[in-house]
Design a protein around this ligand. Structure first.
Ligand SMILES: *Cc1c(COP(=O)(O)O)cnc(C)c1O
Length: 231
């Protein structure tokens, strides 16, 4: 298992570097988030021993119980799943990066809790580009109010945008969603001071991270390609 994880990590790392090169970018601009949801702490620990530093989880409770079991210097936890307001305190305690802010109320609550807990998480807004009512994330028309709330926050570091496009077999059908997220980021940045520019685009998973990197992703979230299929 350890060998297999190492091998897959090396393969994904190489694919990240090659996609970056194709796009005229440096591999160091891209953070590979290893999505460890559903995998037990002992397996996650092996990934950390193989060099993984960024771990993604989609459920607060799962991360709360797993994080204390993982040892490794400089490990960062990323929340990539929907955040319910009653889990916000646990999320702020556990996660270094929260990718799924989707309302001004959640932004304000996270800010207040971060102040109380003496934390300063990085946050992204999850943008729902598919317009699917069942998906979490904010639709484009909701962005200005969330941006305003995050700009007013004192204890959060607003860093950029995340999206989870609808699933297509063909990566080329997903690519326009990646492109759109980047456009939205660029549009937001037009009216932002240089020191407040948004820099992160969290997009791309196992089957489409290369296209996401070609379209500007700075964080890719990869589970299956590193750990194998989830049970
Ligand atoms: C599970 C998950 C991933 C990783 O998916 P894989 O296809 O296993 O790489 C990425 N992003 C989010 C939001 C997820 O929930």
């Amino acid at each position: 298992m350890s060998e297999q994880i190492k091998e897959r990590l090396a393969r994904v790392g190489l694919a990240v570097a090659q996609a970056a090169r194709r796009a005229g970018r440096r591999a160091e601009e891209i953070t590979l988030i290893t999505v460890s949801k559903t995998f037990d702490a002992d397996i996650v620990q092996r990934a950390v021993e193989a060099g993984v530093r960024d771990l993604g989880e989609n459920r607060v409770q799962e991360a709360v119980s797993k994080a204390p079991l993982i040892c490794g210097e400089g490990v960062r936890w990323h929340l990539i799943g929907h955040l319910q307001s009653n889990k916000a305190r646990a999320a702020v305690s556990t996660f270094d990066v929260i990718h799924t802010v989707d309302s001004p109320e959640l932004a304000a609550r996270l800010d207040r809790l971060a102040g109380e807990l003496g934390r300063r998480p990085r946050v992204l807004i999850q943008v729902d580009l598919g317009g699917e009512a069942t998906k979490s994330g904010a639709v484009e028309s909701e962005l200005p109010a969330i941006v305003e709330a995050l700009d007013a926050a004192r204890n959060l570091e607003f860093r950029g945008l995340m999206t989870l496009p609808p699933f297509f077999d063909s990566v080329e059908e997903t690519r326009p969603y990646f492109r759109r997220l980047r456009e939205i980021l660029e549009n937001l940045n037009r009216s932002r001071a240089p020191e407040r520019k948004l820099v992160e685009l969290s997009m791309g998973m196992s089957h489409d991270f290369e296209a996401a990197i070609e379209e500007g992703a700075t964080m890719v979230r990869v589970g299956t390609a590193i750990f194998g299929p989830r049970r």
